[in-house]
Write a protein that binds this ligand. Structure first.
Ligand SMILES: C[C@H](C(=O)O)C(=O)SCCNC(=O)CCNC(=O)[C@H](O)C(C)(C)COP(=O)(O)OP(=O)(O)OC[C@H]1O[C@@H](n2cnc3c(N)ncnc32)[C@H](O)[C@@H]1OP(=O)(O)O
Length: 566
């Protein structure tokens, strides 16, 4: 790019920056020196390929979505939390908000994640263990007691039964007197990554995608600020994928949902802002920063050039990051605070919009109160003390980071080609039921391609670790010492007994006929192809349980069985 074009871009950025609101904060260095909000080539310099880097706040958004970077708004501190029953988790949320957490993030227990009630025989021993137990709208009400749903943005990590859980959230808002139309938050929903990596699916992919389409339609029409999909690379990475695989599979999944929206006749500029992303921040500091920068650039380009998005928000890739759970070690667990801080810094330098930092004891149990607080404070130390919020994309222009960004982008593009090619093999006539990328994803799930590729990458890493080529402190080098007693959070089995008692009591008090009629109406919608959200909401209002709703749909659509692979 020639010097004049670079200067022109800087002038555009400056105008945007000047017009935008900045936080009332000190943006000087620790020594008191002024720093610019962004740095770029010196006046008069040329820079080949600068259009791929650009300025924060403009296409292709490599350097961030906002001209002001974190000077306008810092990232959201969003700590993933939930355990025991709704009452206990509600207490933890109040602690998080009081300690300065910017938003909430619900972790559900395994029965809830699998669409089962607490009294289901398969739930035995799991109720309230890896998250909070939610059986019906009444639990959701307790979960958010004294927390104004119209004001706090809440993320819910749930995918198989995302839609009925979302309906419970809407009903909890109604019961608080909040208009559901003003809700802002995120539902994970992303089912592709369940088939690809995390394996918490319920139904066959096709009917499940139809249900997601209903959700997208409902939100685009009536809950404009809500993000009904958090397309997740985190679980793909944690299963052993490389950085480029994490990026490519996740963005491809995102393209799949865009194709789903388009196939339903929705306006891309209206529904695409409802797609957000969720990535892992692993330990290779620069590779992770490059991954985040490449993610924004690829997404913006595909959204504009392939899917015809013209509005800024429809081209934006917004993402939440969680530090890598898989990088934590049970050995010398206090070192995990350091690992998490480094990973969190990579996320911030990569311009994350929202962040969860893991607690040091998470390889052993759910976080204790103290470990959860240290994790939260880690973000606050980065935010308040280090100066990283002063300058947008401070590593932009680094030869290393720019080349890594280009390389990861090129690797991802190769993977998109492989996915597209699988789609062509599935539908050689070019008649894709949803879209070409979606056909490729569905074929890759069906024939175990994604799982195989991830397993291969995980195996390669494990072999390198065992040979000692890759080193982990406390595990295969510098072992011994740094011990100490950790307080371990244990969830009492009493929680399960109490939850089952509550559920039995609620079922005895509800109007069973109303529940039956509502479930039948929902089934009728499942069969006639009409949007299922309203009838599902009606069932939830009648206190139909999650297990009942998912049970009806399981019977109708069948459960998914994974193909065996070696
Ligand atoms: C591993 C575990 C498991 O499975 O067990 C999990 O999955 S845990 C998974 C947990 N998942 C999560 O927690 C997902 C969290 N995701 C989210 O919160 C969202 O989807 C998100 C990534 C888009 C972040 O949303 P957010 O509200 O926190 O942050 P945003 O970036 O959207 O910022 C909020 C508003 O401020 C605006 N804003 C932000 N920065 C600026 C700036 N510098 N200048 C001007 N405006 C700004 C945004 O445009 C937006 O407004 P406007 O909206 O008007 O544009």
């Amino acid at each position: 790019m020639d010097a004049e074009a670079i200067s022109e871009g800087r002038r555009r950025w400056q105008a945007r920056y000047d017009a935008a609101r900045k936080r009332d904060a000190d943006f000087t260095t620790l020594s008191g020196d002024a720093v610019d909000p962004v740095y770029g080539p010196r006046p008069g310099d040329t820079y080949e390929g600068f259009e791929r880097i650009g300025w924060p706040g403009e296409f292709p958004y490599t350097r961030g979505l906002h001209a002001t970077g974190y000077r306008g708004r810092t990232w959201t501190i969003r700590q993933f939390a939930g355990f025991g029953n709704a009452e206990q988790t509600n207490e933890r949320y109040k602690m998080i908000l009081e300690a300065g957490g910017g938003g909430l993030s619900v972790a559900f227990d395994m029965p809830t994640l699998m669409g089962r009630d607490s009294d289901d025989p398969r739930s035995l021993g799991e109720v309230g263990h890896c998250g909070v137990a939610i059986d019906s709208a009444a639990d959701m009400e307790v979960l958010f007691r004294d927390i104004p749903l119209g004001e706090v943005t809440t993320s819910m990590t749930i995918s198989g039964p995302a839609v009925p859980v979302f309906c419970m959230y809407l009903v909890a808002a109604e019961r608080q007197g909040v208009d559901p139309g003003v809700l802002n938050g995120t539902l994970q929903t992303d089912i592709f990554k369940e088939y690809i990596a995390q394996k918490e699916w319920l139904f066959q992919p096709e009917p499940h995608l139809r249900l997601i389409g209903d959700l997208m339609e409902h939100c685009a029409a009536g809950i404009p600020a809500y993000k009904p999909l958090s397309v997740s690379g985190y679980h793909i990475r944690e299963a052993g994928a490389t950085a480029a695989q994490e990026l490519a599979y996740t963005l491809a999944d995102g393209f799949g949902y865009v194709e789903l929206g388009l196939s339903r006749g929705l306006d891309v500029n209206r529904f695409a802002p409802g797609l957000s992303f969720f990535f892992d921040a692993h330990l290779d500091f620069f590779e992770e920063i490059a991954k985040f920068r490449a993610a924004r650039r690829i997404w913006a380009r595909w959204m504009r050039d392939v899917y015809g998005a013209t509005s800024e928000k429809a081209q934006w890739l917004r993402f939440h990051t969680q530090t890598a759970g898989v990088s934590l070690t049970a050995q010398q667990p206090y070192n995990n605070v350091v690992r998490t801080a480094v990973e969190a810094l990579a996320a911030v330098l990569g311009g994350t919009n929202s962040l969860h930092t893991n607690a040091l004891d998470e390889t052993l149990a759910l976080p204790s109160q103290q470990a959860a607080e240290i994790a939260l404070r880690t973000q606050q130390v980065l935010m308040e003390e280090t100066g990283v919020t002063n300058v947008a994309d401070p590593l932009g222009g680094s030869w290393y980071v720019e080349q890594l960004t280009d390389r990861i982008e090129a690797d991802a593009e190769k993977i998109f080609e492989q996915i597209k090619e699988r789609g062509t093999r599935a539908h050689p006539d070019g008649q894709h039921p949803i879209g070409p990328i979606t056909s490729g994803i569905l074929r890759g799930i069906e024939d175990g391609w994604f799982t195989g590729e991830i397993a291969e990458a995980a195996f390669t890493y494990q072999r390198a670790l065992e040979k000692g080529d890759k080193r982990v402190v406390g595990v295969n080098c510098h072992t011994g010492s740094v011990t100490g007693d950790l307080e371990i959070l244990r969830v009492s089995h009493e929680v399960e007994r109490e939850q089952v008692r509550l559920l039995t009591d609620r079922k005895a008090r509800r109007d069973d006929q109303r529940v039956k009629r509502a479930l039948e109406a929902m089934l009728a919608a499942a069969r006639d192809g009409s949007n299922m959200i309203e009838p599902m909401l009606e069932a939830v209002r009648a206190e139909a349980t999650l297990g009942e709703i998912c049970g009806v749909l399981r019977d109708e659509w069948g459960v998914y069985v994974e193909p065996a692979g070696f």
